[in-house]
Design a protein around this ligand. Structure first.
Ligand code: PEP
Length: 266
């Protein structure tokens, strides 16, 4: 279902009216985690300044350590909905288990499946019937074939509104959190009709890499990027080291504005 074999044209997926696909360059930005109404609203304004048309933000955070910040849960979802009302930015937010799909879906314009859950087949099937577009991140230990099969689990339940997100894979390299597999973008676009975006924030785990990796992603033909922003990264409760502020926000807006027409995208 996700292969280009029987669907040669590349798909456009709409999220709250915002298209993601071959004719556009879509920026999704926002805080890694929702921490408070003020922080989320400030981050949403930063996201807009960076050229974003969709707001990201985690209310349920799948953290490696059980002692790390786990998110605000439903309170965080309500904050995201309020910030959507105030800014007009549709919301992309993560769901971490099948039992909470019913809770998260009404607040979300797009459901995110994080890297740790790419192999959670029960969750993939649950979002396949949730009536929302899905952002499916690549498992950090998954091959491209496994990633596409995970998408197939969602599609098989009747939901073909799927956007794939390359977010880095685990290699021997320790200078970055994960290694952004930039070649995955054109490889997957050749194999699948689904849009492919890149997360330069979670792959590198480093603020100084967000702008260069965004450039690389757009140059290689990604249909968009997803970026962490935070009004005060030093106090961030989650992944502050990768959150951008100004001047990176201005750089990102500039890159998107310059590259979009060059790539024949709006
Ligand atoms: C995220 O986008 O909030 C996130 C946790 O990313 P990943 O699943 O790619 O680590």
């Amino acid at each position: 279902l996700v292969s280009r074999e029987h669907h040669p044209d590349r798909s456009v997926i709409r999220v709250g009216g915002v298209p993601i696909g071959p004719d556009t360059l879509t920026v999704i930005a926002g805080p890694c985690a929702v921490e408070s109404p003020e922080q989320t609203l400030a981050a949403a304004h930063m996201a807009k300044a960076a050229g974003a048309s969709l707001l990201r933000g985690g209310a349920f955070k799948p953290r490696t350590s059980p002692y790390a910040y786990q998110g605000l849960g439903e309170r965080g979802l309500r904050i995201l909905a309020d910030v959507r009302d105030e800014t007009g930015l549709p919301v992309v937010t993560e769901v971490i288990d099948p039992a909470s799909v019913e809770l998260v879906a009404p607040y979300a314009d797009m459901l995110q499946i994080g890297t740790r859950n790419m192999h959670n087949f029960a969750l993939l099937q649950a979002v396949g019937t949730a009536g929302r577009p899905v952002l499916l991140k690549r498992g950090f230990g998954a091959t491209i074939e496994e990633w596409l099969m995970a998408a197939e689990y969602i599609a098989q339940r009747g939901n073909l509104d799927i956007v794939l997100c390359e977010r880095g894979i685990r290699t021997f390299e320790t200078a970055t959190r994960n290694t952004l597999d930039i070649s995955a973008v054109p490889v997957v676009q050749r194999l699948s009709h689904l849009p492919v975006i890149v997360d330069p924030s979670h792959s590198g785990g480093r603020r100084d890499l967000v702008v260069p990796l965004t450039r690389a992603a757009l140059a290689v033909g990604a249909d968009g990027v997803m970026i962490d922003v935070h009004p005060d990264p030093r106090t961030a409760l989650c992944d502050g080291d990768q959150a951008v502020t100004r001047p990176e926000i201005d750089d990102l807006a500039h890159i998107v504005a310059v590259l979009s027409p060059l790539m024949g995208r709006t």
